[in-house]
Design a protein around this ligand. Sequence first.
Ligand code: M6R
Length: 614
Amino acid sequence: MCGIVGYIGYREAYPILIKGLHRLEYRGYDSAGVTLIDDDNKLLVYKAKGRVQDLEDFVKDKDTHGTIGIAHTRWATHGEPSNVNAHPHYSQSESLALIHNGIIENYAVLKAKLINEGYTFQSSTDTEVLVQLIEYIKQINNCDLFAAVQLALNQVVGAYAIAVIEKGNPDQIIAARKSSPLVVGIGEGEYFIGSDASPIIEYTNKVIYLDDEEIAIIKREEDPKIITISNIEKTHEIKELELNLSQLERGGYPHFMLKEIFEQPETLKNCMSGRINVEGTNVTLSGIIDHKDKFINARRIIIIACGTSWHAGLLGEYLFEEFCRIPVEVEYASEFRYRNPVIHPDDIVIAISQSGETADSLAAIELAREAGAFVYGVCNVEGSSIPRNTDSGSYTHCGHEIGVASTKAFTAQVTVLTMMALAIAKEKNTINASRYLKIIKGLSDIPSKIEQILKLNDRIKELSLIFTYAQNFIYLGRGYNYPIALEGALKLKEISYIHAEGYPAAEMKHGPIALIDNEMPVVTIATNSAIYEKVVSNIQEIKARKGRVIAVINEGDETMKSLANHYIEIPATEECLDPLLTSIPLQLLAYHIAVNKNRDVDMPRNLAKSVTVE
Ligand code: M6R
């Protein structure tokens, strides 16, 4: 939610900032802006509603000279997307410019006080309140910018990653964070800031991840200083980034989403590499081994996540209960954090998140830790907040995911959860040796089976043309494929804007079947499973009401071929691994329908990749 980038050094800042904004655009894309300090030490502020490209078009003929600057791409919280609400925001005297990712929850109280002091406001944002507050504090205390930021942040309730620069001071950026991510890049005689490392990686791979309530004083040709809002000086280890540039480019694909769908054979190999041994006889996850007693003695597992990661969590429930015989609850982090849940010290809480920055998941983790539970993170972005706030964890190692619709991160999350279930079950002795080996073998074969499914891309594209103009969709699945029905429906709605619902197939007759008529496409996951016959009956019920069945089936299943109106044939695997295959055609179907409808697949309306606000 909002991307921030900053530069101070010896190069022209503007091209670095614009490139950085393009890289961060997946975080928010309703308006963008940039501030530079020019040779006369004046602040140049340019803002535009729309995409980063709109900002570039607007700035084309303007002065963009300067070796220090900050820039922002916005996902609106307070105030509609507009030029005036875009960041950076000026202070009243136009001596400060500030960018912000997060929400200042007590902005209304602070704003009222400032209005009382004679301040006027141009925008409807919470961010403008913060920059005015900093200026006000600076003036009444006659202090420097760092001290004013520190004092102001002590008055702020909410979440922030900010960067501030000051007219007349071209040698300094002040940056700070709380509950929103911020990375400082350390170059040779130059420094960068970013919401993540993507705007930084081509200049340096050395970074510092700021922690909550830390302020970085970044001065030209001096080592950055980090001081908390309570005035404690901190030293941070400089980390080396593992990100590589090719992950940030489309590599010939029309959209990141399609690239990421096609990367899955490779990303799942990476995810399993070093965890499944070469002989294919053992799964080792260091995060589990290091704490194996916790898992063996766990009273319960609570999985917390949001969106697609929550769907992966539902699969975790099936896996952990089947193989480890540990009761599991799967919770939306946003509900869990506010419902006064019962948490025991011998519960294990697993937080699943691609970004590692989801605000609700972070708050749920805090609650679990306060209650004394052991918290395990399953995350993709290395160095993000969740891995840094959990007791242990496993990375999904699927590379940078840019498309707002999560694809490769989902299958990697499911792969990690499967490996976790196997590793814990082995320690607990709740799985027999031959089943353990069979599932490891099945897991190792998944990447090549996904390659086979990806060859169906053209067929799925053709199929998509038949359904592009449907108004509604229903997705059905049972057992391990019920969460895939939910995930398939979510993929379709978020990128095509077609209303879609996922249900456990047997629930249809309890209400939703009333929706079925000859206009309703029903995507049914009907691969072989212990309840295959029951799924056949569910399809009969849909057909009897003239629903149009699009079935995902196993290769050679003649019964289903004759029953479904349309079918997609995929290879068979172990039942518990089926979601890793059945999710792929549904990703492709959603993708092609959205492309047919001319949707902005990678940056769908109203959404952002990383949800760092409540
Ligand atoms: O980064 P996270 O996995 O914590 O994000 C959770 C959701 O916001 C995310 O999965 C969202 O639902 C995706 N847009 C789904 O494609």
